[in-house]
Design a protein around this ligand. Sequence first.
Ligand code: BES
Ligand code: ZN
Length: 457
Amino acid sequence: MSDFSAYIDRELSRFHDELETFLRIPSISTNPERAADVRACADWVAEHLGAAGIPGAEVIETAGHPIVVGERIRSKDAPTVLVYGHYDVQPSEPDELWSSPPFEPAVREGRLYARGAVDDKGQVHMHIKALETRLATGAGVPVNLKLVIEGEEEVGSRHLAAFLHEHAERLACDAILISDTAMFSPELPCITTGLRGIVYTEINVFGPTSDLHSGSYGGAVVNPANALAAIIAGLRDDRGRATVPGFYDAVRPISARERADLERLPMDEETLREGVGASALGGEAGFSALERLWYRPTLDVNGLLSGFTGEGSKTVLPSRAMAKVSMRLVPDQDPAQVIEAFEARVHELAPEGVTVEIKRSHGGAPWIAHTEHPIFDAASAALESGFGTPPAFVREGGSIPIVQEFEETFRAPALLVGFALPGCNAHAPDEWIDLGVYRKGIAALADLYGRLADRLT
Ligand code: BES
Ligand code: ZN
């Protein structure tokens, strides 16, 4: 057993206790009432970086939630690795669907349950403990290390891009290391080589100035709920394709090589269907589930609101209707172009008699990895050392909008090594992290920090 594993095993119950204190802080970035908790969480991260051997971490103000920046500079000749993660979490609602309260961490059958357990506090904590492990065992950290742990990832990293530019000199680096993605199974570690981008919008449809009696007016006044339903229906065709003009123009076709790689992955669509509890899978015609998730863009309703939705019935014609609609984008779609075309299409689909307003919420570009860079070999070897199996190269349907921005700002490659498992309930009730993966992942990351130094010099 390596010195790292021996140390981790010896300290593991303390690591668990610490992670639990981290998870008890309800750092929900989207909820203004939680701003003090978000800040307390930033302080927690800074303090625990200090305890792990990275003293002097700062909690830096932004116009939104603060960003934690830590540094451990070895020498000006050593290569620099910047670790990025987020300490904010998604809301926990609906709380009644959790088996234990979302901010009272609970261990059941080798899993630690809490909001943020895996997205992303658990994975940020793994890095902190990997660094502690190297320092405490005398292995040292052979790279210059910079950490940027933000509090607004779950709301689109609103202030991070400007922050990176403002602090570009201080944060300059040769590689960006991120753990905020998933593995295929507890036995199969993964390196994520692509992320979808996102454009998030809110459509508001306004009709009569107030709700109306649906008998006195229904049929003679345009109903905004009906109008919105027509708009939404018109945004996709019967093959599951978005009808936004030009939407697919820049989408890269899936190569024969990529198809062959996908076929080799241990992926079973029936297991996926069963896991989500749906009666059938669906999506764009002519593509497999993994192709739809990783290589194809989507247009989906994320929320709908209109009219009377309480118990019983109320015969009313609503005065307005609202939908949250997001699009997941793939290389080389451009979020700015997509939003323009989307807005034009929505206005085109709107019937006469209603007015439509579209709000742009957040967005981010898709990303694909520079897998030819030697840090990918370092990551493969480190994951194999931690898990006993070489990693699969996978893509991800989700988004981390800032990755592309990091690469462009620092002209350095990003390396995504994540530890969530399928079914981990990120963003949903009963989110969990597998504690076996947590332990092995810390050992793999401790190993990775050593290997990165060799590959970057
Ligand atoms: N950790 C996720 C990204 C992710 C999603 C990785 C799914 C693996 C699987 C990240 O925290 C996240 O949820 N991102 C948001 C971004 C959005 C709010 C701009 C997402 O993808 O919805
Ligand atoms: Zn998330």
